[in-house]
Design a protein around this ligand. Structure first.
Ligand code: NAG
Ligand code: NAG
Ligand code: NAG
Ligand code: NAG
Ligand code: NAG
Ligand code: NAG
Ligand code: NAG
Ligand code: NAG
Ligand code: NAG
Ligand code: NAG
Ligand code: NAG
Ligand code: NAG
Length: 701
């Protein structure tokens, strides 16, 4: 015992001594950890990997602030100290520059993009020009002349950057003091003045974003399986979440796949969006404008569907993961076909989908329909009726609804997945006649600013929350049109239409909650107490995420939809949380879902008064069927997975020259060897040096 601890102390002493000597003061003079960095991560599908990654130990490069596109030559050829870590101001974050850097990736250690605080003037979209090109209905089998956006290129500004694969890390930095430190470090140390070569020490940056998964989804799922038996270490996870749905009549959700006597009209919108960077997905026009409109329409229909219920049930559906090859809608259709959903596909009468509706020029909405299924007379007649319903619904409102006026396929939409299954009549409402009006489709700029949501100066957050913006007024009109059209479509009487009106107060609060900050009193009153910690002072993130966890967005939409379409039930908290009306009740849970929400505090009190909300709101899986079928090379279903990673971080410091580093390393190694030798000598002679005399020294060897 004594002997062992003696040896340990000797070791420690020797090491401390030499570390003191070996430490070199040039190596890391300044050392700033970057706090607000957002990486680009690796995603995989059946055939490709996209996104970015670093080496396991991070990528280090000499900082170079790119000043213009011509300047890229310094990075790729003339600069004397490669590899470089390129700092890009966002206007230079273009396909042309990024592809040059990608091609010269041996001299590029990474890229950091400084996100601007205001949107650019020109349109920018890192998405593809033809979103979800291969998984919609327009394939070669359906109609070759319409496949691959042959007639209409929906997103002409799309650069496709989000779908490229880079061998180096790419981070986004907020334009703040950190970024100022970086610029200053570059100016002080790295800038070539008058063509001279910058001298060491140089300012360098290190970025960590090592990704565990490689090649494609089949490969990473196989590795998941293999390693699960040895150690449960996963390398990738399927993208996915939950769809949210509700019906105007309660439907027995336990009895799957039964044919009902009445048919349903599906009112659909999608929830998710994305951008180049991980979890930066503001999706204001591409997602929020549509689903907020549908939420407001569902609310507008609550009274009418209860007091004068139309013959058909309206099914509100909010799809998740649509950005990644229609995960949510393909799953719902698949479940409907396989008797795994409360409604059978045969019961679907028609579909009305709300797409991007936030940027209407001249208050016009465009009604898109599928020219192929409309060749069938009965489908065509139903589509005509639906279009007429929409025109009737828009009467007297500041909205005009039009057909595009020429034959073109549907824009990217969940409805396409229904058409893949069978020719169901349907219409997709958009604010664009052909190509998107959205100039920032699936980019970090598709935000509240772009939707023109602005408030008078000097309003407190709570005042902003209740301020009715012009955008909210405009979307309220759209929601009213949608609600009235759905009512007619469901067989309701036109005499009731006057009473169906969306509420601008609610629309403006939802826009504020999703696009400015979710932590506001209006949202707080409508959620369960344990969900409070998920509300933030930032806009909601609309990236779908991985399938094991439900995102904040899914929950928020679930609670809001319950509040907007359900009713308050006089039920105890305990019964509410156990999905029953009272202790004996075992049936209600099949028809309704119950949520205990925290409500508001009465005027003189700080204690909130919770209550129970009874509604028909349900969640259903939005995981691509490819993963249930274990068909990881599927051509019909989404195969997107997200790689796992250990750490995402960045820092900057000064590096000495390569020669000096090598010298330091050499000295370090020499010191290490010397210390090992010394340790060995000392411990082998320990019985002499530290004579304890109780045990022979070689007993431990
Ligand atoms: C970044 O985080 C570190 C540690 O959390 C903190 O010391 C530093 O002040 C932060 N820097 C900035 C610019 O916020
Ligand atoms: C890629 O780099 C090579 C030289 O490294 C060059 O010859 C080639 O033209 C580059 N390709 C593109 C597309 O820039
Ligand atoms: C679309 O495809 C059809 C048939 O494949 C072809 O004849 C037509 O020229 C294409 N149209 C465009 C605009 O490319
Ligand atoms: C996978 O993604 C890549 C990059 O976007 C695309 O080119 C390819 O077609 C996709 N593969 C499938 C099977 O969808
Ligand atoms: C940034 O720097 C300025 C001036 O140096 C300082 O006033 C400000 O508080 C800093 N902001 C943060 C977030 O550190
Ligand atoms: C760079 O060159 C300009 C003109 O050639 C000169 O005025 C300036 O002083 C030079 N700067 C340095 C740091 O040498
Ligand atoms: C998973 O297992 C494979 C083969 O057994 C091995 O090569 C790989 O390193 C493992 N990966 C992880 C992350 O454990
Ligand atoms: C709902 O369906 C389940 C399973 O078929 C059945 O047990 C239950 O009684 C039904 N409830 C109602 C209210 O129809
Ligand atoms: C619904 O009806 C209730 C009472 O019948 C009324 O107070 C409420 O304003 C109505 N809501 C709408 C949106 O018409
Ligand atoms: C709705 O149902 C009622 C009663 O069952 C029937 O008289 C009416 O014709 C139906 N309306 C439609 C549009 O089917
Ligand atoms: C919705 O939430 C508000 C605020 O808590 C509450 O006043 C209202 O009664 C709720 N509606 C329903 C149907 O529970
Ligand atoms: C709340 O306060 C007001 C005045 O401060 C008082 O008139 C009222 O009775 C109080 N209400 C309750 C429920 O205590």
């Amino acid at each position: 015992m004594d002997l062992l601890s003696n040896k340990w102390i000797v070791n420690l002493l020797v090491c401390c001594l030499f570390i003191g000597v070996g430490c070199n003061s040039v190596e890391k003079k300044i050392y700033v950890h970057l706090n607000y960095t957002v990486p680009c991560v690796r995603l995989l599908n059946a055939t490709h990997q996209i996104g970015c990654q670093s080496h396991l130990s991070g990528n280090v490069g000499v900082l170079h602030v790119l000043e213009s596109e011509e300047n890229v030559d310094w990075v790729l050829r003339s600069g004397p100290n490669p590899p470089y870590l390129v700092i890009l101001e966002s206007p230079l974050f273009t396909r042309s520059i990024m592809m040059k850097l990608k091609n010269g990736s041996s001299r590029v250690a990474g890229v950091a993009v400084v996100a601007p605080s205001a949107n650019p003037l020109e349109g920018v979209s890192p998405h593809t020009t033809c979103p979800n090109e291969n998984t919609g209905v327009y394939t070669e089998n359906y109609d070759p002349s319409l496949a691959h956006c042959n007639v209409t290129v929906w997103n002409p500004l799309g650069s496709g950057l989000s779908y490229e694969q880079f061998d180096f890390p790419i981070f986004s930095l907020k334009d703040d003091n950190d970024t100022q430190v970086i610029r200053q470090c570059y100016m002080d140390h790295n800038r070539a003045v008058n063509g001279s070569t910058p001298q060491y020490p140089l300012c360098a940056m290190q970025l960590y974003s090592h990704m565990s998964a490689v090649t494609d989804t089949a490969t990473c799922m196989r590795r998941n399986d293999i390693n699960f038996s040895i150690s449960p270490e996963m390398v990738c996870d399927p993208l996915g979440d939950y769809n949210v749905w509700a019906s105007t009549r309660p439907i027995n959700n336990t009895a799957k796949g039964h044919k009902m006597w009445e048919s349903v009209v599906i009112a659909a919108a999608r929830l998710d969006s994305r951008s180049f960077f991980f979890e930066v997905a503001p999706g204001a026009e591409s997602g929020v404008s549509g689903f907020v409109t549908l939420l407001a329409a569902a609310h507008a229909l609550r009274n009418a569907t209860q007091e004068a219920p139309p013959n058909r049930t309206i099914l509100y559906t909010f799809f998740q993961g649509e950005t990644f090859d229609y995960i949510g809608s393909s799953r719902m259709v698949y479940d409907m076909q396989n008797n795994n959903f409360a409604v059978d596909l045969d019961n679907v009468h028609s579909v009305l989908e709300i797409g991007q509706v936030g940027l209407r020029a001249d208050s016009r909405l465009w009604l898109h329909s599928d020219p192929v299924s409309r060749k069938n007379d009965s489908v065509n007649a139903e589509v005509r009726k639906l279009i007429e319903s929409l025109q009737t619904a828009a009467k007297g409102l500041n909205v005009s609804v039009n057909e595009p006026g020429f034959s073109q396929p549907l824009p990217p939409s969940s409805f396409q997945r229904f058409l893949r299954a069978r020719p169901i009549p349907g219409v997709v409402i958009e604010d664009h006649q052909s190509a998107f009006t959205n100039r920032f489709y699936e980019s970090m700029y598709d935000n509240a600013e772009y939707l023109n949501i602005s408030y008078p100066p000097n309003l407190t957050p709570e005042e902003q929350l209740v301020f009715v913006t012009d955008t909210a007024k405009a979307l309220t009109e759209v929601a009213t049109v949608v609600a009235r059209a759905l009512y007619i479509q469901a067989g309701g009487a036109e005499s009731q239409l006057e009473g169906i009106n969306a509420d601008p107060q609610i629309v403006t609060r939802m826009l504020y909650g999703f696009l400015i900050r979710s932590n506001n009193s209006w949202f707080q009153q409508r959620i369960p107490p344990d969900f409070m910690s998920h509300l933030t002072d930032r806009p909601t993130n609309f990236y779908v995420g991985v399938a094991q966890q439900r995102s904040e967005l899914t929950h928020l939409v679930q609670y809001l939809l319950a509040n907007l379409t359900g009713s308050t039930a006089n039920i105890s908290q305990d019964n509410c949380q156990n999905q029953r009306e009272d202790e004996k009740d075992k049936e209600s849970k099949h028809m309704y879902s119950y949520v205990w929400v925290q409500g508001a505090a009465p005027p003189n009190s700080t204690k909130r008064e919770g209550f129970c909300v009874r509604s028909t709101v349900r969640l259903s899986k939005a995981l691509s069927p490819a993963f249930d079928l274990r068909d990881y090379t599927s051509k019909n279903y989404s195969t997107w997975t997200e790689s796992r990673w250990k750490s995402i971080k960045g820092r900057i410091f000064l590096v000495a020259s390569h020669d000096l580093e090598m010298l330091t390393l050499g000295v370090g190694v020499a010191v290490l060897l010397a210390s090992l030798l010394l340790t060995y000598i000392m411990s082998s002679k320990a019985d002499i040096l530290f004579s304890s005399g109780r045990e022979p020294a070689n007993a431990t060897y």
